[in-house]
Design a protein around this ligand. Structure first.
Ligand code: ATP
Length: 414
């Protein structure tokens, strides 16, 4: 039974087994006989992709419990970003889906096929799951055609299939090129073509852009996202990068300590995070204390509308882009919530100000050139949608996250 430690990334040498990313590349299943995957045509299974369902998956390594009760499903043709901090269990979960790790309990289904659970364990090479690790996973000594053909075994339609998948990723005619003569984006598309060649039912991409510089990464995120959409692929993208998760996923599942904490569209997760931890993991977050009453909450920045009914002591989420800074003399600045600018960072497209506000520091971000300077007194004004509030008690459990979490909540105006 496969229960190997994680595969390590690295350039394969001639004769090595398939190059392995962090998940490890399994050899694809045998090429299905008969009609081309394109012939399927239905919205739900274009190119042969299927949905994925994980039911109640648990996994421990020795005494340490790594996955708790994971339920997750992805409709065919959709891309899900699995987002979470390092060590939360993302790779372990994907290795279980790929069959490279065995869950203690739970079920994995792809389409109507049970791959694991209830005494079943389908071998990785028979699961028809395409795996992509980090971008340098091509065999450097094989041509593009050779790389793509890898995993097709002795299939009779190898040449035709290589041609077909290279066409799908817009690299028709590249068969004889060597990987080092391609751009990073082209290499990534070859890696996708290779994963597609054995007609997988779904794709798993584990931190596929991690090793790239920021410009290429953004370019590729957009390109690969469009490609997955055009292919109608069912795909899971593992990442610890919130921007990447939002760019790539039709939906995002946020994982913490081996549990899925929230799953939704990028907008839902960002705008209505279910816990303060999710709020601060998916973006910069300020929290201020509040006292809720129905659809409003009293905060140090005044009485604000809430998205849901609240009562009693709460912590209110304020995204930095929704805090406006006004000069005390500005029209409409009533001076009730005054702070002092402690530091500023200019990014070109935006400026970030840290404002001391009572005992706390709040972060405000604006896409306009601010008229304030470090040391100035400013009035803080909330200028955003109805706020999300959490029972004050849940804040106690929020672990500080240096980048996003900026101290204990500020208290409401008395
Ligand atoms: P990263 O983004 O850093 O790769 P991750 O979210 O993918 O992190 P995993 O690699 O799944 O996290 O690891 C989750 C936990 O399980 C970690 O504490 C890790 O040390 C542990 N772990 C993973 N594989 C094994 C193993 N084979 N034996 C023992 N512990 C393991």
């Amino acid at each position: 039974m496969p229960n190997a430690r994680r595969a390590t990334a690295g350039a394969p040498a001639p004769g090595d087994p398939a190059p392995r990313g962090r998940i490890g590349l399994a050899r694809g299943g045998r090429v299905a006989n008969g009609r081309s995957a394109r012939a399927h045509g239905g919205a739900g299974d274009r190119n042969g992709f299927r949905d994925l369902r994980l039911l109640d998956v648990h996994k421990s390594f020795g005494p340490s419990k790594v996955l708790h009760d994971v339920d997750l499903s992805i409709e065919s043709g959709r891309t899900l970003s699995l987002l979470g901090p390092s060590g939360c269990g993302k790779t372990t979960l994907m290795r279980i889906v790929a069959g490279l790790e065995v869950a203690d309990s739970g079920e994995i289904h792809v389409g109507d096929r049970l791959l694991a659970g209830n005494g079943v364990h389908v071998a990785p090479e028979a699961r028809r799951i395409g795996l992509l690790g980090q971008e340098r996973s091509l065999f450097p000594h094989l041509s593009v055609g050779g790389n793509v053909a890898y995993g097709l075994g002795r299939a009779t339609d190898r040449v035709a299939r290589v041609h077909e998948v290279l066409e799908m990723v817009d690299l028709a005619g590249f068969e004889k090129r060597m990987p080092d003569s391609l751009s990073g984006g082209q290499q990534q598309r070859v890696a996708i073509a290779r994963a597609l060649a054995p007609r997988p039912r779904m794709l798993l991409l584990d931190e596929p852009f991690q090793a790239l510089d920021v410009h290429l990464r953004v370019e590729l995120q957009i390109e690969i996202r469009a490609l997955l959409g055009a292919l109608g692929a069912t795909a899971v993208i593992v990442t610890h990068d919130q921007d990447e998760a939002f760019i790539m996923g039709d939906e995002v599942a946020v994982m913490q300590d081996g549990r899925i904490r929230q799953r939704g569209t990028p907008t839902e997760v960002y705008s209505h995070p279910e816990t303060p931890w999710v709020a601060s993991f998916v973006g910069d977050a300020n929290f201020v204390n509040g006292v809720g009453s129905g659809s409003t909450v009293a905060t140090p920045l005044g009485r604000l509308s809430t998205c849901c009914s609240v009562s009693g002591e709460v912590a209110v989420l304020l995204r930095p882009a929704h805090i406006r800074l006004l000069e005390p003399s500005a029209e409409g600045a009533d001076g009730s919530a005054t702070g002092q600018v402690q530091a500023m960072r200019f990014f070109g497209h935006a400026t970030e100000c840290r404002v001391r506000f009572g005992d706390e520091v709040l972060l405000a971000r604006s896409d306009r050139m601010p008229s304030v300077r470090v040391g100035d007194d400013v009035v803080l004004r909330y200028d955003g949608p109805p706020v999300v509030a959490y029972p004050a008690s849940v804040m106690a459990g929020l672990r500080r996250n240096g980048k996003q979490w900026r101290g204990a909540p500020a208290s409401p105006a008395r």
